[in-house]
Design a protein around this ligand. Structure first.
Ligand SMILES: Cc1ncc(CO)c(N)n1
Length: 219
């Protein structure tokens, strides 16, 4: 079994729980309060700027030119791929870069990004990929679930979010991270795997808290 398959088993219950969280559920059903979504957009935009830096640590922490290039590509995928979804929503919801800059990060957002950056700072390429794997992959799982919910893709406001996270481009960017983890993780020790699993589970728990934070609009 591949490392990512073993990792998936360790978080499956947490991830399936996302689908029952009110923010995630109401986003699929199209009943989510726009103010909650607006709050989420601002926080998530701030989140993604830090998330891009986690990948950037990968460029710094390897001497392998091919891996450097892949990490640089991942930075690009966030800043000019995933964040296009956010930019479109910001324009539609009247959110300016200025508002994003002057809004503080909510406590859960701050804790989550600080944790990822700390793991990246202390670790190597594999730990760095582990800090971003739950984020990237769990959104794909949610996107691919939501796209099957009747009316979700056609929803005038939330449809684009569902489209973005169920798109081929997004799946390709996630697959690249998964393949990279499996390649680098081929010959790790049980101790290393336990540490990586701990990172993966903690990030998955942070994802749950992030959805709760957004629904409660909790600063
Ligand atoms: C909080 C959070 N986790 C994961 C993703 C997907 O990259 C995102 N946009 N935001």
């Amino acid at each position: 079994m591949k490392l990512t398959e073993r990792l998936y088993k360790s978080v499956e219950d947490i991830w399936m729980g996302y689908l029952d969280q009110p923010f995630v559920k109401e986003l699929a059903e199209g009943t989510l309060d726009v103010e909650k979504f607006r709050f989420y957009m601002i926080q998530d935009y701030r989140y993604l700027l830090q998330y891009a830096k986690v990948f950037a640590f990968g460029v710094i922490k390897t001497e392998d030119p091919e891996l450097m290039r892949r990490f640089a590509g991942m930075v690009h995928d966030v800043l000019d791929g995933e964040m296009n979804v956010h930019k479109t929503y910001m324009a539609r919801l009247g959110i300016t870069e200025e508002e994003v800059a002057k809004t503080p990060s909510a406590l859960t957002n701050q804790s989550y990004t600080s944790y990822m950056l700390d793991v990246a700072n202390k670790g190597g390429p594999l730990e760095i990929l582990m800090a971003v794997l739950a984020c990237a992959w769990s959104y794909q799982v949610i996107g691919e679930h939501h796209v099957k919910v009747p009316g979700a893709v056609e929803h005038p406001l939330y449809g684009e979010w569902v489209q973005g996270y169920s798109s081929k481009e997004y799946a390709d960017s996630t697959k690249e991270i998964i393949d990279c983890v499996d390649a680098l993780g081929e010959n790790i020790t049980p101790e290393q795997e336990a540490y990586l699993t701990d990172i993966f589970v903690k990030c998955s728990r942070y994802e749950k808290l992030f959805w709760d934070m957004a629904y409660a609009m909790e600063m």
